[in-house]
Write a protein that binds this ligand. Structure first.
Ligand code: SLL
Length: 221
């Protein structure tokens, strides 16, 4: 059997975490090379949820594309841990790109493995308790989904216990669209808070309106 053969009706899901941590720069953390306008130190990272998962047989490197205000904005990391630590003053979007080894036996279309992460320096979720050292965490869960993997990929990824999901391609021609399933739970939690705020506000306005109506009636009497 050739290792480029695909295994039908199977997808392998690799749970991953990506995101950033950030802390305010203290005088002790500064060096003579730290620009004076920089206020924070942050780390952006990408990793499988399980520590024993080794993606290096598949992953050639991970690049983190920073804002162009940074020198050499595209940072390339060849081996785990896939992370970049920097200092700065502003928030921006970081593009995390997973570059897979090519080769028909892997059958992976690498240009589709891109993750966009909004770097957070300041607390952004009213539901997150503030950490004692003021550290901000913006970490998201996602899954790399290998649909109908080749036998080679299947072999790499099933050496350790993983999630095996039954899977059927809705459109075999669109194979490369669907590697990354975005997790929106964090966003939903944020929206929930705002929806409750809006509900409260509507209730306040309604009460104010009632009071005004009563005043009006009193004045008319
Ligand atoms: C903003 N649109 O205005 C964003 C851009 C860029 C942040 C933020 C590092 C600068 C450097 C840095 O913090 N750039 O190293 O010179 O908020």
């Amino acid at each position: 059997m050739s290792s480029a053969k695909r295994i039908k009706n199977v997808s392998i899901s690799v749970p991953v975490l990506y995101g950033n941590t950030a802390v305010r720069l203290t005088p002790e953390m500064r060096t003579e090379r730290t620009p004076v306008d920089h206020t924070h130190e942050w780390t952006i990272f990408f990793k499988p949820v399980l520590d024993n998962i080794d993606l290096t047989p598949l992953l050639k490197r991970v690049t983190f594309k920073l804002h162009e205000t940074y020198e050499n904005p595209v940072r390339s990391i060849e081996k785990p841990p896939y992370k970049v630590t920097e200092t700065g003053w502003g928030e921006f979007e970081i593009i995390i790109k997973l570059h897979f080894h090519s080769g028909s036996e892997l059958g992976i279309n690498e240009k589709n493995f891109q993750i966009f992460h909004a770097l957070k320096l300041h607390p952004f979720n009213p539901q997150h308790p503030i950490k004692e050292n003021g550290e901000v965490h913006s970490v998201l869960y996602d899954e790399l989904v290998f649909q109908e993997p080749t036998e080679r990929v299947f072999e790499y990824l099933t050496q350790k216990p993983l999630n095996l999901l039954p899977y059927k391609l809705s459109d075999p021609l669109k194979r490369d669209q669907e590697y990354i399933k975005t997790d929106e739970l964090d966003e939903i939690a944020r929206l929930d808070v705002y929806i409750n705020k809006v509900k409260e506000e509507v209730e306040n306005q309604r009460n104010q309106y009632k009071d005004l109506e009563q005043e009006k009636l009193a004045l008319l009497q």
